[in-house]
Design a protein around this ligand. Sequence first.
Ligand code: ACM
Ligand code: ZN
Length: 752
Amino acid sequence: MKNSILVCFCFLYVFTFGQIIPQPVKSYVPIKEFFEVEDGQLGIWTEKQFMNEAIILAEQIKIQRDFLPIIHEWNGRDNVNGIALKTNSSILGDESYHLNANKKGVQISSTTPAGILHGVFTLVQMIPLKKSKEDDSFSLDAWVIEDSPHFKHRGLLLDCGRHFMSVEKIKETLMTMALYKMNVFHWHLTEDQGWRIEIKKYPQLTNTGAFRNVNGQNYGGFYSQEQIKEIVEYANNLHIMVIPEIELPGHSVAAIAAYPYLSCTGKQIPVETEWGVFKDIYCAGSNETMQFIKDVLDEVVSLFPAPYIHIGGDEAPKVRWENCSKCQRRIKDEHLKNEAELQTWMIEEVAQHLKAKGKDIIGWDEILEGGIPSGAVIQSWRGMQGGLMAAQHNHAVVMSPTSHCYLDYGLDGIDTKKVYEFDPIPSELSADKHHLILGAEGNMWTERAPENEVTSKIFPRLIALSEVLWSYPAKRDYLEFEGRLKRSFQLLDKRKVKYGFISTPIQFHTAIENDKLWVTIQQQQKDMELFYTTTHFQSESIEAVEDIVNVRGPIPIKRNAKINLQVGMKNSGSDQVKWQTRIFANHLALGKDITLNYTPSNAYLGGGANGLVNGCLGGDNFRDGNWQAIQGKDMEMVIDLGKIESVSEISTRWFHYANAWIFRPEDVSYFVSADGNNWQLLSKDLVGQRTAAEQSGEFAVTSKVLAADKTAYDSFMCRYVKVQAHSIGKCPDWHDAPGEPSWLFIDEIVVR
Ligand code: ACM
Ligand code: ZN
């Protein structure tokens, strides 16, 4: 090899080791020297068993340097001048590797191909990108890295049910995962809105179940068994395990649309076109349905070498089972207490069937409800509690709580910093059980993420998760991480991966001064362009009073104002333009004392009590941080205006989204008082007409009382305002989850 090796004391290098993600566990500089190489001279020497990893390395160098290095089989001599991939049997741990860079080159060693590949992707992150035609050599500083993962399960769930993703998109995602040492692809393949995996024995699953009606057109797609093998092999070469998820008993409308006999009613229904949770699920009392599930799983088992099959188990309303003679007979025959136990019975049947084929099951935390199926791995999503309980009962756990791991949530709820702060080990779990926490997954549900938007939701947040899971940094310095992340974006740009923003590009800061609301717009990242307009309006009907363009504020809010922003990234090949809208209201109760007689849900705090009198209204996403909620209970709030005021109007806004179990209140009562003891009821408002519209759609409804409507005067004189809202309590009979506790969502109490 004619490698040009220089001991170089100049500082030619552009990239250093200090920008690797995930951060290596141990690294040090043994000596100040450099590996300096001309692109054309760079060779890879590999042991035969690491040929696959050598090919991946060569392809990655081609991307970085626009030059494809030659691969040689390692000749047994040490000190090759280039990159060597070789066995070191003294390295413990399946995924561990050592990387040693010195003036002679780079040696990556491990006992396994997976370990070698992790070393390869560390090296890839160190190799500088070619800057120009003339840039034809690079230099790496000497370094020793000894690295291994903290958690062995480092995953991404990709929902291909709500939106179909092409084979190319999946491969691109897998490659980007591998760049950051993620090693589990949880492939969500069956949903109410689409069945995506070809099953030879049941062709209607894909003929019928893979397509839904969207505005009169068939929308969907599926993966043939050949395509599935192709993806599994592609992932396997990247040492990513593919875990298929075949949902049962719920989220199975598409299967039932294909074969109606699978449900309790046997009725023909269409592939679902709305998002939510639906009551038509597999009939657990039917032997034919159980046989169908086993047949499907037999084909699934033959396609996926992973030791796990994910069987879902979440969000399965039991109303059909309660009214099905076959399900009730099964409960009796199997001496079960209720429908929750029937679900456990069904999952046990499936688990045993799979066990006989050498597979363990993973299920969402709902499968704990009728008793934990034996040997099941629990994936905790409704917080960490399910995972904690499972680990305490010696079950293995994958964490993906909605608080930190839901990549479908907006950046206003979960930004990169929030993910970076995630600790998969619950603080209450005793140290002897920590090993049961296998790791975590980022969950990419795709109701609102078609293929062209999905990577910008996954990245960069999944990159933060990769460091949490691999390095498990004890002390997290987010700003230091963010610095590495921004440098890492060059790698994504080079690979044309469309990543998204690190955090909400804009933050609105509000201040209450002189009883007025002022809004300031703060840009989170320097390298952005902002375009925006502010529209002031008098009422909900948005009659523009004036438009202000691109004034950063503070903007005084006169009465109601809507600020509309368009944000774009400069200098980025990435797809980073988006709109953000916020509505503000100026009113008498801003910043005043408020007492709640309830505890808002941790998941929807909406700024706590003060959030109801902060002038920031909720948007059309109930997770935007401005909506406050409780489940199954009523609300009562008391505001102290500080002195007797003349009040002409009190109004509240409520979110309604039946599919998410969110209902406008049954009624809202408004009271006023001068002393906080003697209350006068002004109005009991029924919050609009209850119509069929209630059953679909997502919207906010306003409830209001006007002094002019209730008295001979235009205002009430009062110091205290009380609002009581009655929840409908339980989801109604027509609903897909009748009897389940419904949610009540409010954003603001406006007093004028
Ligand atoms: C889930 O988000 N339903 C697991
Ligand atoms: Zn049934």
